[in-house]
Write a protein that binds this ligand. Structure first.
Ligand code: ADP
Ligand code: SF4
Length: 679
């Protein structure tokens, strides 16, 4: 049923020679499938086309071998040999009535040159943009510039032959050679491509004009441009050259796709930014150009989307993460099923998996990247022909996801949890400062379960082996979670630390409301969010806090979620002291005894009234052991099987449920992309 208040989101929009069917754009985000895994990548895009996105973006596609992101899973459109795969992707998108776009890019100073054997290139002779990597870029001469322009033009031609409706000229994220030429920081040239603003803009203008010329009115040309750099020297800002670029090129592209740079601020997590956070930087663009404007901002609320369009901030709503978490978001809005939207929690696990070089994973959507290889649909599961009674003990993320999947298939599902509210660790962790958005993981699943007649939810119901036996279920699933260790054993140190067992509080204690006396010492041998989130929370409550870790940097994994610099800044601003490279060897007389992790040299002890050990979790196996001793068949899922992230718990719940449904391969081997053998 169409809900009138959102009609504007479903109005078609003319973009140069093409017309988008609605205002929803799946952005050209990195999906962890390189050109080597086209089937999986097509599966991702096709599912979003089916789900109602009006434009589906092909991820960053390199135009020739001198753009070389070595080791990161991106796309290529180098020559005619690549066209057929792109054409297949376009065909699958068109089959659902969506338009297909491609982001054509040369990554310039972001390149490494290690894979293809050509040096990285840039406006000037500079180190490439990962200072810790031993690569440098060649200053492009006139012949290089000519070749680059020809490469862009040729790639536009190939995109047209592949059937794309729109091609992007990419100049964003500090990851495009066109951006590097524009930047007064990177461009140190003295010829007509360097110096003045007009000279630095020259290459972008030339490439854009030639792209339009080559497209010849058959394909729209979009410009993806970061109007504002959040940090760095000689920044391009929305009240300076960012605005001047839009003024200078105003009506040259058919569509402006605008954002902020770098990637960590463009893809900010919910811990550090609210929905629509880019508006203050991008809202000027529509006042300067007559062409449609597209932007992002982790939009999941249709009201916010409508407001962006009605207030003249944007014409089109771009989504990367929201489309990963819910491929059917547009259709759900069109049908008035707002409560059914599986809202992204902006945790950036997706980013962390892409940076790890694997198919992208999502906390909210366990079917992400499984569309083709496992045949998982985000909205449908195979219906059962023989409904069974399923008992799930534990209503955390894994238990709730398993319950939802099995109930959707038609089974009779009971969830029992000893806690007074369902939600497990997520319900508790969402009470930590700035993590409330994570509660959506529970809210979405509980709401769905509460609508179903074949689901029975029992909080405040602790079950032992006897109670489980009395239930006489056909299937027993234990989703009983894990607990934090108190004795100091962590991820780097596998032995107890003297004095911890009797003195330390664990995150479980803190979340259960244990009394905290300052000063607080937080010992982090976990290296993700828990220690620093608790430290920030306690500091905000007025405690003096010091965080100590054996690693050389704090929370290394948060580098992969793009949060680490902001987290360190947050702790600094809150007055939290940080001691990296410091291994605890004991807790004695209200003080943490530490040595340098690298040399073993003793350090000054760190005094505190409370010690919080954030080290490692162990699965809760008691119930499983008791059932095994009785010979009662059962499955263990989620953190009770392997303690992990919320994403791994959700995924585990989903996979186990599908195994119960009998739709998974018995040998565990899913469909694979097989390389071609030429010999
Ligand atoms: P996961 O991340 O795997 O879903 P959680 O730790 O979030 O695990 O959730 C485990 C849930 O199991 C908690 O809500 C806890 O209260 C519940 N639980 C653990 N043991 C029992 C039990 N014996 N009976 C009922 N509920 C239990
Ligand atoms: Fe959103 Fe997290 Fe899923 Fe990424 S992994 S799409 S941030 S819920």
């Amino acid at each position: 049923m169409l809900n009138g208040q959102y009609d504007i989101l479903f109005e078609p929009l003319k973009i140069g020679p093409v017309t988008a069917p609605n205002r929803f754009v799946m952005m050209p985000y990195a999906n962890g499938h390189s050109y080597l895994m086209p089937n999986g990548a097509i599966g991702i895009r096709e599912m979003r086309a089916e789900g109602g996105w009006g434009i589906i973006g092909m991820q960053l596609s390199e135009i020739d071998p001198t753009s070389d992101l070595s080791g990161l899973p991106y796309e290529r459109l180098w020559d005619e040999g690549d066209v057929a795969v792109h054409a297949k992707s376009v065909e699958r998108i068109h089959a659902h009535g969506a338009l297909a776009s491609i982001e054509l890019a040369h990554t310039g100073l972001r390149s490494r040159g290690a894979e293809n054997g050509y040096p990285a290139m840039g406006p000037s002779s500079l180190p490439t943009l990962k200072p810790e990597m031993p690569y440098s870029a060649k200053a492009m001469d006139k012949a290089d510039i000519k070749r680059l322009r020809a490469s862009f033009r040729a790639a536009i031609g190939r995109a047209k032959r592949a059937g794309y409706d729109m091609a992007y000229v990419y100049a964003s994220h500090d990851a495009s050679i066109l951006w590097h030429f524009l930047s007064p920081h990177y461009n140190q040239r003295t010829d007509e491509y360097g110096g003045s603003f007009v000279n630095r803009l020259r290459l972008l203008r030339e490439v854009l004009e030639e792209a339009r010329d080559e497209a010849a009115g058959d394909m729209a040309i979009a410009l993806r441009f970061a109007v504002h750099e959040a940090s760095g020297p000689k920044r391009i800002t929305c009240d300076g050259e960012g605005r001047h670029v839009v003024e200078a090129l105003a009506d040259l592209p058919d569509l402006w796709d605008v954002n902020v740079s770098g990637w960590s601020v463009d893809s900010t997590t919910s811990r550090y930014a609210r929905q629509g956070y880019q508006e203050e930087f991008t809202s000027f663009v529509k006042q300067v150009t007559n062409k449609p404007v597209l932007g992002v901002g982790r939009f999941t609320s249709p009201d916010t989307m409508v407001s962006q369009i009605k207030r003249g901030v944007l014409d089109m709503i771009g989504s990367a993460r929201a489309s990963i978490a819910d491929p059917f978001l547009p259709n759900k809005i069109r049908e008035g099923r707002i409560e059914d939207i599986r809202e992204c929690i902006a945790c950036n696990i997706c980013v962390s998996t892409e940076l790890a070089g694997v198919p992208v994973r999502c906390t909210q959507n366990p079917t992400m990247s499984e569309e083709w290889r496992r045949g998982w649909h985000p909205e449908k599961v195979p219906a059962t022909t023989a409904a069974q009674n399923v008992l799930i003990v534990g209503g955390g993320p894994s238990g709730l996801e398993a319950a939802l999947t099995l109930a959707r298939a038609g089974h009779e599902v009971t969830v029992a949890d000893k806690a007074d509210q369902l939600g497990g660790r997520v319900r508790r962790e969402a009470t930590i400062k700035n993590l409330a958005t994570w509660g959506r993981v529970v809210d979405y699943r509980l709401y769905q379960l509460q609508q179903m007649g074949n689901v029975h939810l029992f909080p405040e119901s602790e079950l032992g082996a006897d109670g489980i036996a009395d239930f006489e279920a056909d299937q027993i699933i234990l989703a009983t979670g894990s607990h934090w260790l108190r004795d100091g054993q962590g991820r780097s140190n596998l032995s107890p630390i003297p004095g911890f067992q009797n003195a330390a509080l664990t995150p479980d204690d803190v979340l259960d409301g244990a009394e905290i006396m300052g000063p607080v010492v937080v010992y982090d041998d976990d290296h993700y969010y828990m220690a620093n989130a608790l430290a920030a929370d306690l500091a905000a409550k007025g405690h003096e806090v010091q965080i100590v870790t054996p690693m050389p940097t704090l929370a290394g994994w948060m580098g992969n979620t793009l949060e680490q610099p902001r987290m360190v800044a947050e702790l600094l601003a809150a007055g939290v002291r940080m001691s990296p490279n410091s291994s605890a060897i004991g807790w004695q007389e209200d003080a943490l005894q530490v040595v340098r992790s690298d040399t073993g040299e003793p350090q000054m002890a760190i005094s505190g009234a409370t010690l919080i050990a954030v080290t490692r979790r162990l699965p809760d196996t008691g119930l499983s052991d008791a059932l095994t001793a009785r010979g009662t068949a059962h499955r263990v899922i989620g953190d009770a099987e392997v303690p992990g992230t919320i994403q791994t718990a959700i995924y585990s719940g989903h996979r186990h449920a599908r195994e119960i449904l009998g739709s998974e391969p018995a040998d565990r081997i899913f469909k694979r992309e097989r390389p071609t053998l030429f010999h």
